[in-house]
Design a protein around this ligand. Structure first.
Ligand SMILES: *[C@@H]1O[C@H](CO)[C@@H](O)[C@H](O)[C@H]1NC(C)=O
Ligand SMILES: *[C@@H]1O[C@H](CO)[C@@H](O)[C@H](O)[C@H]1NC(C)=O
Ligand SMILES: *[C@@H]1O[C@H](CO)[C@@H](O)[C@H](O)[C@H]1NC(C)=O
Ligand SMILES: *[C@@H]1O[C@H](CO)[C@@H](O)[C@H](O)[C@H]1NC(C)=O
Ligand SMILES: *[C@@H]1O[C@H](CO)[C@@H](O)[C@H](O)[C@H]1NC(C)=O
Ligand SMILES: *[C@@H]1O[C@H](CO)[C@@H](O)[C@H](O)[C@H]1NC(C)=O
Length: 611
């Protein structure tokens, strides 16, 4: 687990070369070189004792909503220590909920991640910084008016009890998530921000600490950096946050490494979105579909920039893209919440969630295109009280609020690793595929010291096999189910376009081939019948002899496996248009609409300057 002595050995080389300048006799020189080599080896070993290790930040024991379940991290604030849970991610000052946030009238669970009491801490400095934040302004996907005061306080981690002095943070005394209809609900969890391109945060003449830089400055960790996988609370994948390093078992395959730009941190070009099935049968009328990002939107040409945002819950994409993803899913758009509700009564729902289906997002990676697969199992999230009166499964896609600031929140980051090496603003940030639930709990801790980091060679599908139930494969040998096919945008399962994928020549070829097969079929049948006729001399049943393989398919006494029949029927019926198939069906979710006062399009982000 300890990093190699590689870090310490660097100091030995210069002195070795200095020695060569001395004009000593050969023997003496070799003797000195030998001694020096021993000394340098020794010093490198001693040095290695001092090489700091990455610090692990404890994941929270509790899960949070009301649109999760989400995990957080646990830290200790002030003296005496007050434990609070915070969502990791974002830049500059951390946001901490205070005991003023909730009162007896607040809808529960208000501030359930823990509320900090400023009056009980000896180490709080709420006087040095004179600037006041009136309210968090509106940015991109979120709006959250509130009251916040910038302060400095000490923060400690469980791991080796490292302390960050003078941490830049803001005390939240009022903060609500506001819906377009004006209704609101109080938030549960603050945010632990993880550095910035600057070393620390300057308020007039006061320097407040930022966590990664502070820890590196004190030589507590190898670099000003972090590695984060938010994991999955529902599927028991623990959140992984390391400072100065990362858990390399959370990075599968090659890790894309982008230089930090002056602005637009953690922003990358999204090239396309697809839907796929890893193995087994498909609950869709195809096994792969591409071109979803730009589908139905001619103003999207090759890509859209998207920002990784672990402080927000959903995937904030163009409305046209959300609609294109949703059109093949058993979901109903709920305008009040601005979210798609899964039709949990629809048999397709359980098939999609539990089988090896995924949404794939392809990014312009540093070396190559990087595709991150998000199993639909992770996109079965839950709305809870006080948002709805009854737990409701939802699909987390919605357009950003009046903007094109597209971003990917925790829903996506359940399946992706992000990290950064700040390196005084000249470093790189990292994006990689994260694993599923079948991953060893023992972390493979590695320091972040350069502009690249390694991925693990684990197979992505293997990390999901424990929770996937593949559907029977209609393409398997001896199966008579329809052939699943690959299709691209606009073709989806629409009957109008599904036949138009062939050119005129292609259609002619298919017709000729089909006619030939039918002729051959009749010819073979004719000979078989003649031979059987000769042998038995019998009548009726012989006429059917050569039809027998097909006859089985039509025999009502021998039904096909359930999934094959469903694929057949949905294939012949054409697309599941959301309006037709779903709006007429009463769903249990409509009952959730009873809580009118809390409804609306949720925008949930604690930390404005996290963008
Ligand atoms: C915290 O900041 C104050 C002034 O803002 C400074 O005097 C003090 O030395 C700082 N403490 C540490 C541990 O950096
Ligand atoms: C604050 O930090 C910067 C370096 O990040 C340094 O140049 C500056 O002198 C510091 N100011 C104070 C008041 O410590
Ligand atoms: C500000 O950053 C500089 C450079 O890393 C560091 O030396 C100094 O201790 C930091 N100041 C605070 C208050 O964190
Ligand atoms: C189409 O994409 C553009 C560019 O991102 C966006 O401004 C517009 O809102 C999108 N239209 C729809 C219907 O989503
Ligand atoms: C997205 O598009 C659908 C269909 O055009 C529309 O019903 C819905 O209101 C739109 N959503 C938003 C947030 O604009
Ligand atoms: C979807 O999530 C809910 C809440 O975690 C869970 O109860 C349900 O079983 C999930 N659905 C499927 C099909 O796994």
């Amino acid at each position: 687990m300890r990093p190699s002595h590689f870090y310490g050995s660097g100091s030995a080389s210069p002195s070795y070369f200095q020695l060569k300048k001395f004009d000593l006799s050969s023997m003496a020189r070799h003797l000195v070189i030998g001694i020096l080599a021993i000394v340098s080896l020794f010093s490198s070993l001693v040095d290695s004792q001092d090489v700091p290790l990455p610090v692990r930040v404890s994941p929270s024991n509790k899960h949070y909503g009301p649109d999760g379940p989400w995990q957080a991290v646990t830290v200790k604030l002030g003296d005496p220590e007050q434990r609070v849970d915070l969502y990791p991610g974002g830049i500059f000052e951390s946001a901490v909920l205070t005991t003023d946030l909730c009162d007896n009238d607040s809808p529960q669970p208000c501030g359930s991640g823990g509320m900090y009491d400023p009056s009980k801490s000896k180490t709080l400095d709420d006087t040095s910084i004179k600037i006041k934040f009136e309210a968090d302004s509106t940015s991109g996907a979120m709006s959250q008016p509130g009251k916040a005061q910038p302060v400095m306080e000490q923060l400690a981690f469980d791991d080796r009890n490292h302390v960050v002095a003078n941490l830049s943070m803001k005390l939240i005394t009022k903060l609500e998530t506001i819906f377009p209809d004006g209704s609101s609900y109080p938030i549960q969890v603050g945010q632990l921000c993880l550095g910035a391109p600057q070393d620390n945060q300057t308020f007039d003449s006061v320097n407040a600490s930022l966590i990664p830089n502070y820890l590196q400055d004190k030589r507590f960790v190898p670099s000003s950096s972090y590695g984060l996988h938010v994991g999955s609370a529902a599927l028991n994948v623990p959140l992984s946050l390391w400072l100065g390093g990362y858990d390399s078992s959370r990075t599968l395959g090659s890790v894309s490494s982008q230089p930090l730009p002056a602005s637009s941190l953690f922003t990358i070009d999204l090239l396309d979105i697809g839907v796929g099935v890893d193995h087994g049968g498909s609950p869709f009328p195809y096994t792969e579909r591409h071109g979803i990002l730009a589908e139905g939107n001619s103003s999207i040409s090759t890509s859209v920039p998207v920002t990784m945002n672990p402080g927000a819950p959903y995937m904030y994409l163009p409305n046209s893209t959300c609609e294109a993803i949703a059109k093949d899913l058993p979901v109903t758009y709920n305008a009040k919440y601005g979210l798609y509700f899964w039709n949990t009564q629809d048999p397709e729902y359980a098939k999609i969630i539990t089988s090896p289906t995924y949404l794939s997002l392809t990014f312009r990676g540093s070396a190559d295109n990087l595709t991150i697969k998000v199993p639909f199992q992770l996109l079965n999230l839950t709305l809870e009280a006080p948002l709805v009166s009854q737990s409701t499964s939802y699909f987390p896609c919605q357009p950003p609020n009046n903007s094109t600031a597209y971003s990917l929140g925790r829903a996506f980051l359940q399946a992706a690793f992000i990290g950064v090496n700040w390196d005084k603003g000249n470093g790189n940030w990292f994006l990689a595929q994260a694993p599923g639930p079948n991953t060893a709990l023992t972390p493979v801790q590695k320091p972040i010291t350069t502009s690249t980091i390694d991925g693990s060679t684990a197979n992505w599908a293997d990390t999901w096999k424990t929770v996937w139930t593949p559907l029977p494969d209609p393409n398997a040998p001896f199966s008579s189910g329809p052939q699943a096919k690959n299709i691209t945008a606009g073709q989806s399962s629409r009957p109008t376009s599904s036949g138009s994928t062939l050119s005129g020549g292609g259609i002619a070829g298919v017709v000729i081939a089909a006619v030939s097969v039918i002729l051959l079929f009749f010819a073979v049948g004719y000979f078989v019948r003649r031979r059987k006729h000769k042998r038995s001399g019998g009548g009726g049943q012989l006429q059917l002899a050569w039809w027998s393989p097909t006859e089985k398919k039509e025999d009502p006494e021998e039904p096909l496996p359930l999934y094959q029949r469903d694929v057949t029927s949905s294939g012949s019926k054409g697309p599941r248009t959301l309006v037709e198939a779903d709006s007429g069906t009463p769903t249990q979710h409509n009952e959730a609409g009873g809580v009118q006062e809390l409804g609306g399009n949720e925008r949930y982000e604690v930390h404005e300057s996290g963008r």
